[in-house]
Design a protein around this ligand. Structure first.
Ligand SMILES: Cc1ncc(COP(=O)(O)O)c(C=O)c1O
Length: 401
C-alpha cells in the first residue's frame, strides 16, 4: 500500500494529451522551445563529458556557476552573492525543494488559477492546502489585491507568483510587483516567484521580485532560455539563511545537480545572448501570427500574450475544455485543455507557439474549421434540437481534471 500523499496528486493532463495523440498530429501542446541549445553550449557539454566532468559535484552547484548567476542578480540586489544561489536539477526540482523547505502540514499557500501544474500538487504533497487566486482576461491576468486580502488567513505561509505566466502569457507591470510585495510583507508571507520565462517578454518589461524584499525565493531554470529542457538544470535564489535550508532539501532530493550540464551552462551563459535574442524575436513573430489566426476562429477570444510562448484563448463552444481538446486532437492538432491549469481554465485551451510558423498555420486551420463546424451546428440547432448544445464529436477526455 502506498503513502496517502500519492493519492493527493495526478499525472499532469498535459502528458495525458500527448499519450492520446496520433503520431502525425500538429503539436501545439509543447511547453518547450522548438530550438536546440546554442551550438557552443552543446560543444561545451560534449567537451565536459569527454574531459572527465562526469562525477558528483558540490550539492549547491559549482562555485563558478553560482558566482555567475549571482552576478546576473546583482543589478536587482547588489548584495547578491554565491551564498544566495543554489543550482538545481531543473525548475521543477527547485519548486519541489521550495515546497519541502517552506510548507508544513496545515499551512495554506496562495497559488494562481489558472497556474502552472505543479504549484498545487507540491503544496498538497506537503500536507498544505493550495488556495487558488484568480487570474482573468479582464484584468490582463494580474492578481486582484482585494481578492488576495479576502483569501489570506493566519495559516497562509506563502504566495506563488509566475510572471511571465504559463499558461496565460500575462506579465506583471512594476506597480503590481510592488503591490504584491507590500501584501506579502503585511501578512508575513514568503513570495515564491517562478521566473523561468523572464527572458521571453514581448510587451512591457519583466520585473523580478528579487531585491524587492527579503522574503523572496526566485525559482528559475535554463530549460526555456537556453532551449535545454532535457538537460534538467535550473536554480534558486534566496536569502542566505533560507538558502542553507533549501540546499539541505536539495541534497536529499538529488545530492547535486548534473556536473557536465553545469560546465556547459557556465561556458554558455556569457556567449548565448545573441541566440536568446534570435529565439525571442522568432517567438514574437509567432505570437503575432497566432493572435491574428485565433481571431479568425468563430467562438474564440484571446488576449495577446505579453510573455512566455503560450496563448490562452477562451472559447464559447458548448463543451468542456477537455472535450474541445479531444475533438481537436481527433482532427489532428494537439492543444492543452485549459482546466489542466485550474478551474478558471475552463472554456480555455492553451496553445504553445513553440512550433514552426507552418505548423502554427496548419494547426490553426484545423481549429478554424472546427470553430465553423461548431458554430454551424449551434445555428441549425442540431443535436436533437437542443438549442445551444450541439453534439460535439468526442472521445473520452484525455485529462482527468
Ligand atoms: C512556469 C513554469 N515553471 C517551471 C517550469 C519547470 O521547468 P523545468 O523543470 O524544465 O526547469 C515550467 C516548465 O514548463 C514552467 O512552465
Amino acid at each position: 500500500m502506498v503513502a496517502r500523499r500519492v493519492r493527493t496528486v495526478e499525472i499532469s493532463g498535459i502528458r495525458k494529451m500527448f499519450d492520446a495523440a496520433a503520431p502525425d498530429s500538429v503539436n501545439l501542446g509543447l511547453g518547450e522551445p522548438d530550438f536546440e541549445p546554442p551550438s557552443e553550449v552543446v560543444e561545451a557539454l560534449c567537451a565536459a563529458v569527454r574531459d572527465g566532468m562526469n562525477h558528483y559535484g558540490p550539492s549547491a552547484g559549482l562555485a563558478e556557476l553560482r558566482d555567475r548567476v549571482a552576478e546576473r542578480y546583482r543589478d536587482r540586489d547588489r548584495r547578491t552573492s554565491r551564498e544566495n544561489v543554489i543550482i538545481t536539477g531543473s525548475g521543477t526540482e527547485a519548486l519541489l525543494v521550495t515546497a519541502l523547505a517552506l510548507y508544513d502540514a496545515g499551512d495554506e499557500v496562495l497559488v494562481p488559477n489558472p497556474g502552472f501544474v505543479l504549484y498545487s500538487p507540491h503544496a498538497r504533497l506537503m500536507g498544505a492546502t493550495p488556495v487558488p487566486y484568480s487570474l482573468d482576461a479582464q484584468r490582463r491576468y494580474v492578481p486582484d489585491l482585494d481578492e488576495l486580502e479576502r483569501l489570506v488567513t493566519r495559516r497562509t505561509r506563502a504566495i506563488v507568483v509566475n510572471s511571465p505566466s504559463n499558461p496565460t502569457g500575462g506579465v506583471f507591470p512594476p506597480a503590481v510587483v510592488d503591490a504584491l510585495v507590500a501584501f506579502a510583507e503585511r501578512h508575513d508571507l514568503t513570495i515564491v516567484s517562478d521566473e523561468v520565462y523572464e527572458e521571453i517578454v514581448y510587451d512591457g518589461e519583466f520585473v523580478s521580485f528579487w531585491g524587492k524584499s527579503d522574503r523572496v525565493v526566485v525559482v528559475n531554470s535554463f530549460s526555456k532560455t537556453l532551449a535545454m529542457t532535457g538537460w534538467r538544470i535550473g536554480f534558486l535564489v534566496a536569502p542566505r539563511a533560507l538558502a542553507l535550508d533549501l540546499n539541505k532539501m536539495h541534497y536529499h532530493v538529488m545530492a547535486c545537480p548534473p556536473t557536465p550540464a553545469q560546465v556547459a551552462v557556465l561556458f554558455g551563459l556569457a556567449s548565448s545572448r545573441p541566440a536568446i535574442r534570435r529565439m525571442v524575436r522568432e517567438f514574437r513573430a509567432r505570437r503575432d501570427l497566432v493572435v491574428r489566426l485565433l481571431r479568425e476562429v468563430p467562438g474564440i477570444d484571446v488576449v495577446p500574450p505579453a510573455g512566455a510562448f503560450y496563448a490562452f484563448p477562451r472559447f464559447s463552444w458548448p463543451s468542456t475544455s477537455a472535450e474541445a481538446a479531444t475533438a481537436l486532437l481527433k482532427r489532428g492538432v494537439i492543444l492543452t485543455p485549459g482546466d489542466a491549469f485550474g478551474s478558471l481554465g475552463a472554456s480555455h485551451l492553451r496553445l504553445s507557439f513553440a512550433a514552426s510558423r507552418d505548423n502554427i498555420r496548419r494547426g490553426l486551420e484545423i481549429v478554424r474549421a472546427y470553430g465553423e463546424e461548431v458554430g454551424a451546428m449551434s445555428a441549425s440547432g442540431e443535436n436533437g434540437g437542443r438549442k445551444g448544445t450541439p453534439k460535439v464529436p468526442l472521445g473520452s477526455p484525455p485529462s482527468s481534471r
